[in-house]
Design a binder for this molecule. Structure first.
Ligand code: HEC
Length: 104
């Protein structure tokens, strides 16, 4: 398995996010079109600082800090970069991934 996909599994992003039709039991947006909406650098920024972007329609969750602010401590920079690069390859426009709004 690629490092990026491995981090997706290890960090349990799938608990909150549906991807390829799998996961997302807790409330978080589907990410299949995230590669169209954010650059790899921006995806990395979102993972390392969840307050940096807010998914449109998820104001409440963004404000509550539902997406954990712990991943920068759990992954080394290379792993996080690989995860962001892997997510950046998802450009499935038939999935309604919400628009990320720049916050901080
Ligand atoms: C406990 C639930 C939870 C976990 C675990 C979680 N997230 Fe999130 N995530 C959310 C929620 C809720 C939002 C929407 C609110 C926001 O933007 O903060 C979100 C938003 C996002 C977005 C922006 C989506 C958009 O369309 O704007 C990305 C990218 C993302 N998460 C990636 C990840 C990755 C990668 C991981 C694993 C390292 C992860 N998330 C783990 C809950 C979670």
């Amino acid at each position: 398995m690629k490092v990026g996909e491995e981090q997706w599994q290890l960090q349990e992003c799938y608990n909150c996010h549906k991807l390829r039709g799998e996961g997302g039991k807790k409330r978080g947006p589907e990410l299949d079109n995230i590669g169209t909406l954010l650059t790899v650098d921006e995806i990395q920024e979102k993972i390392s600082n969840p307050k940096s972007f807010m998914a449109e329609g998820y104001e409440k969750e963004w404000q509550k800090g539902t997406m954990p602010n712990k991943f920068k401590d759990l992954m080394d920079p290379k792993e996080m970069q690989a995860l962001a690069a892997w997510l950046g390859t998802f450009k499935n426009a038939s999935v309604n991934t919400p628009k990320p709004i720049k916050k901080n």
